[in-house]
Write a protein that binds this ligand. Structure first.
Ligand code: GDP
Length: 690
């Protein structure tokens, strides 16, 4: 995990090469990296989807399996990051030794805190001009609030960077100046100029570990010289412990340059030595599904009942749909019947694959701790629990952020319309973070997602992979509507008589505004005045009216509908009649409930040199932004503000030109908030945003 361009993909590539999983090394700038297999990613040089790749690495003569998930660094794809973190046991945070801790690394770090993922840091790009290992370590401490545990220091810097001092073994690992991928290092004595620093830092390392680990503290207090094995074991304990606390206790820090093939083997050693194996992780918690909702634990053992979480769906040529799952407990065999407890559906596993960088290996069984791709599941989508039908439970699902930007798509021909439908169906299975709707007025298909880049990639895939020819509108803000005042009672009677059988339904509803984006339907009808089988139809009618809004056709959210009363006719009433009556009652009542237009407001954080701060703040104000705080961070100013998304289009370029490229920003969705009156008037006047 890292900020974009820190070198995750390059580091992953090297790891796959060194572990023998990848035979031809792929450079990112050649658009040839193994984990970046989607065309868009190759062209853009960014990693969008997370491929799970298994490789093997031996430490101290013991072979270990490691599954790598390369997470995307762009802020639009945080959903991918979240779903990876949810199933990972450990993470390697990669930093650019010149840029240090960048905003996106910070975002991802906090996400990893939330999921309690133990991690180690790799300070990459030490070969670059301006690289500074110790400044980066300081930033890990100050910006991320972590306690870095320096286990290596660099030998030489920039073009002279030659290798690392291993502070645990007190030896130098050096590579030849132009090391080839996979080239072994030489073990030599620590260069004279670094000896004092190394001795001092080793003492610090030992003290720090002793402060965090009781068993090690005893050895330390007894005045014994800890062996290398003692140190490794203690560092492993403290690193793994962060998976159970409120954040990392200690985070081992290593360094190197993936691109120049220096420092990768010791990084692999550290992954195996310090990051938890599946059995080091606490039992996963789920809840029973028979209505009792009892917390239930599943330990990481093959003997427990099977439980797994689907974290990614990929549709691949020849193979069809593959569901990537993390097995938490038990065993899964090809041919097994399993249960999707979220949808309450049975699924059948036809084949199980372990994915390698360049091939897939069919396996008969997956066990606790495995991350594998399963073929044959028809209904399961990302985030859902799969388990032993005899021992059902639901594991905590992942959270998906609200899509706030939308784009209208208009297929060129009828055939394209069909292709578009197929494309959307397939993409929606892979990516639960975008939504699809039909614009009532224009009939256009509207897809909404988390950012401009997210939509761009989706549209690009529709065109390339599914051959959809379509005209695509400009991205625009996904507005919502809501209600501001309650309506205590509103009736609607639907009656129709054409020839023989008529239609009749009467409903009486109350509306109340609710916080956030919730919807609730409460049924208070008594005495069978509306027969029970028609109640869901009223609910559906209300929801379909909500989707269409009452002001400008934007979906309405945050409302509780109470069905108070109604009436039916023995012959003429039907589900359809009640759905129509429900929708009409909702529309009429909502118009009486002071409807308001809502817009997405983003939490924006701009990091800028002090001399540009005034300009940055002035510009945010002119974008209807509210500056919340200005803080210092490693010599720069960090401006935190809330800004309506509608005002943030094109901000990347503006900020760059205003600050000569020295400022950067991150933003994420904060909340939906009412659009001010004058802006609504502007929208009404036909001026579009975006
Ligand atoms: P990601 O966005 O984090 O996956 O980063 P990439 O692996 O795509 O790397 C971004 C750019 O930095 C590419 O052009 C890499 O070739 C380059 N790069 C990666 N690692 C290093 C390194 O250790 N040293 C130097 N000089 N460049 C590197």
């Amino acid at each position: 995990m890292a900020h974009i361009d820190a070198g995750k993909t390059t580091t992953t590539e090297r790891i796959l090469f060194y572990t023998g999983a990848s035979y031809k090394i792929g450079e990112v700038h050649d658009g040839n990296a193994t984990t970046d297999w989607m065309i868009q990613e190759r062209e853009r040089g960014i990693t969008i989807t997370s491929a799970a790749i298994t490789c093997r690495w031996a430490v101290d003569g013991v072979d270990h399996g490691v599954t790598i998930i390369d997470t995307p660094g762009h802020v639009d794809f945080t959903v991918e990051v979240e779903r990876c973190l949810r199933v990972l046991d450990g993470a390697v945070a990669v930093f650019d030794a010149v840029a240090g801790v960048e905003p996106q690394s910070e975002t991802v770090w906090r996400q990893a805190d939330r999921y309690r993922v133990p991690r180690i840091c790799f300070v990459n790009k030490l070969d670059r001009a301006g690289a500074d290992f110790f400044r980066c370590v300081e930033m890990i401490r100050t910006r991320l609030g972590a306690t870095p545990l320096v286990v290596q220091i660099p030998i030489g810097a920039e073009a002279e960077f030659a290798g690392v001092v291993d502070l645990i073994g007190m030896r130098a690992l050096v590579w030849s100046a132009d090391a080839k991928p996979g080239e072994a290092y030489d073990i030599v004595a620590i260069p004279e100029p670094l000896r004092d620093t190394a001795t001092r830092l080793r003492a610090t390392l030992i003290e720090t570990v002793a402060e965090h680990d009781d068993a090690f503290l005893e050895t330390y207090l007894a005045g014994e010289h800890p062996s290398e094995a003692d140190l490794h074991a203690a560092i492993r304990r403290v690193t793994v412990a962060s998976g159970t606390g409120d954040g990392p206790t200690l985070t081992p820090v290593l360094c190197g340059t993936a691109f120049k093939n220096k420092g990768v083997q010791p990084l692999l050693d550290a992954i195996v030595r310090y990051l938890p194996s599946p059995v080091d992780i606490d039992a996963v918690e789920g809840r029973t599904v028979d209505g009792t909702n009892v917390p239930t634990l599943r330990g990481p053992s093959d003997d427990e009942p099977f439980s797994a979480l689907a974290f990614k769906i990929a549709v691949q040529e020849h193979l069809g749909k593959l569901t990537f799952v993390r097995v938490y407990s038990g065993r899964l065999s090809a041919g097994d019947q399993i249960r999707n407890t979220v949808q309450d559906r049975r699924e059948r596993v036809t084949r199980i694959y372990r994915m390698h960088a360049d091939k897939r290996e069919e396996v008969a069984m997956a066990v606790a701790g495995d991350i594998v791709a399963v073929q044959g599941l028809r209904h399961t989508v990302t985030g859902e629990t799969l388990c032993d039908p005899a021992h059902p439970l639901v594991l905590a699902a992942m959270e998906f952020p609200t899509p706030v930007i939308e784009v209208a798509i208009e297929p060129v021909t009828k055939a394209d319309q069909d292709k578009l439908a197929t494309a959307i169906g397939r993409l929606a299975v892979e990516d639960p973070s975008f939504h699809v709707a039909t614009d009532r007025e224009t009939g256009q298909t509207v897809i909404s997602g988390m950012g401009e880049l997210h939509l761009e990639v989706l549209v690009d895939r529709m065109r390339r992979e599914f051959g959809v020819a379509a005209s695509v509108g400009r991205p625009r803000v996904a507005y919502r509507e809501t209600l501001r005042t309650p309506v205590a009672r509103h009736d609607h009677t639907y009656r129709k008589q054409n020839g023989g059988k008529g239609q009749y339904a009467k409903v009486q509803i109350a509306l109340e505004p609710l916080e956030g984006e919730h919807y609730e339907f409460v049924n208070k009808v008594t005495g069978g005045r509306i027969p029970r089988e028609f109640i869901p139809a009223v609910d559906e009618g209300c929801q379909s009216a909500m989707d269409q809004g009452v002001l400008f056709g934007h979906p309405l959210t945050g409302v509780r509908v109470t069905l108070l009363d109604g009436d039916h006719h023995e012959v003429d009433s039907s589900e359809t009649a009640f759905a129509i009556a429900g929708a009409a009652a909702f529309r009429e009542a909502a118009r009486l409930a002071s409807p308001a237009l809502l817009e997405p407001v983003m939490a924006v954080e701009v990091t800028t040199p002090e001399e540009h701060m005034g300009d940055v703040i002035g510009d945010l104000n002119s974008r209807r932004g509210q500056v919340r705080a200005v803080t210092d961070r490693s010599g720069a100013k960090v401006v935190s503000a809330r800004v309506p998304l509608a005002e943030m289009f094109g901000y990347v370029g503006d900020l760059r030109s205003r600050t000569s490229g020295r400022a950067s920003f991150v933003m994420r969705f904060d909340a939906y908030a009412p659009v001010p009156r004058n802006i609504v008037d502007r929208l009404l006047g036909g001026v579009t945003t975006g």
